[in-house]
Design a protein around this ligand. Structure first.
Ligand code: ADP
Length: 304
């Protein structure tokens, strides 16, 4: 039996359709990622699955229990790190952990083995108010608090948003160790690079799943020929690209421009270079490259 099974979940806020009917299963022991930009519907989905919000329609089971009828039992077995700051800023690091352990009638000593690698990093700051921790440390403490009652299923809503790159990497290493303890993890992120660290991902856009698969399968099913190039004036290039008649999708990617062509590269590339020259674009490093998850997201989303 899947750990989570969701059928046709819908939720609107007035005229905004936050979820348009999502269906999916999460298997025991996997890290399942919900990947999408701001406003895609990630928090709405997480709030429903953690029993904090009712959908308009749809059915779901979590840990084999009916999400709407057996929510009290579900709450005891899940951990949730919400997207908004979830700690008590005036309580110290240690007091926050004690508070959450007490609330769940759990014992810190009994469950220390689950959080030990993270807790050790927090130990030097244990007397510091949680509100005075760095972004990365705050999220590590929030993770300890979400884990201290030893949940079998952990929901993490954008745990690394606003966290520096080194702490983000450490955070994902921690998720890897959590998985080895048999805890199923459902995590949302707007960072496409983090998607590759999940076992399976669902790409969420405007309340709909546009793809769901392993990161490797999503990358290998990329349809198109991806080209990158660098220019000193990306804004000029973007303006000119609006007039490009080749069958393509283009978008800025860091300092570069990425272009997905839908025709064979051998014929399209000379025509593209001619287009660049005709429009006086100074460019370098024009080359065909392998797509990332972000490119795949744009490729699928652009077809909608
Ligand atoms: P994400 O977590 O991916 O940023 P959300 O689930 O927070 O997405 O939001 C999905 C959509 O629903 C957005 O358009 C957002 O503005 C809207 N929304 C979310 N919560 C509310 C609310 N309480 N009232 C009105 N609109 C909301």
């Amino acid at each position: 039996m899947p750990t989570i099974s969701v059928q046709d979940l819908k939720k609107s806020y007035g005229h905004i359709q936050a979820l348009k009917g999502v269906s999916f299963d999460v298997e025991e022991g996997e890290i399942f990622g919900v990947v999408g930009p701001d406003g895609a519907g990630k928090s709405t989905l997480f709030n429903i699955l953690t029993t904090l919000l009712l959908p308009d329609s749809g059915t779901a089971t979590v840990l084999g229990r009916n999400l709407f009828k057996e929510y009290l039992e579900i709450r005891k077995s899940i951990g949730y790190l919400p997207g908004t700051f979830s700690l008590y800023p005036d309580l110290t690091v240690e007091e926050n952990l004690i508070f959450f352990a007490t609330m769940y009638q759990s014992s810190i000593r009994e469950n220390m083995s689950i959080i030990k690698p993270i807790w050790q990093q927090l130990m030097p700051f244990k007397k510091r108010p949680a509100g005075k921790l760095s972004g990365g440390m705050k999220q590590k403490l929030a993770l300890c608090c979400a884990l201290i009652h030893k949940p079998t299923l952990l929901f993490l809503d954008e745990p690394t948003t606003g966290v520096d790159p080194v702490s983000r990497k450490e955070f994902w290493e921690i998720l890897g160790t959590i998985k080895t303890q048999g805890i199923t993890v459902v995590v949302s992120t707007p960072y496409m690079d983090e998607a590759t660290l999940c076992d399976r991902i669902a790409l969420l856009q405007e309340g709909d799943f546009i793809r769901m698969d392993t990161p490797a399968n999503i990358i290998s099913s990329f349809k198109g020929e991806l080209v990158t190039l660098r220019t000193d004036d990306i804004f000029k290039l973007l303006r000119k690209m609006a007039d490009c008649t080749l069958n393509c999708t283009f978008y800025p990617y860091g300092e570069n421009l990425h272009v997905i062509f839908y025709d064979p590269i051998a014929t399209v590339l000379p025509a593209f270079e001619e287009f660049l020259q005709q429009n006086d674009i100074v460019y370098d490093n024009l080359s065909q490259i392998a797509p990332t998850i972000e490119d795949c997201f744009i490729e699928v989303a652009s077809k909608k």
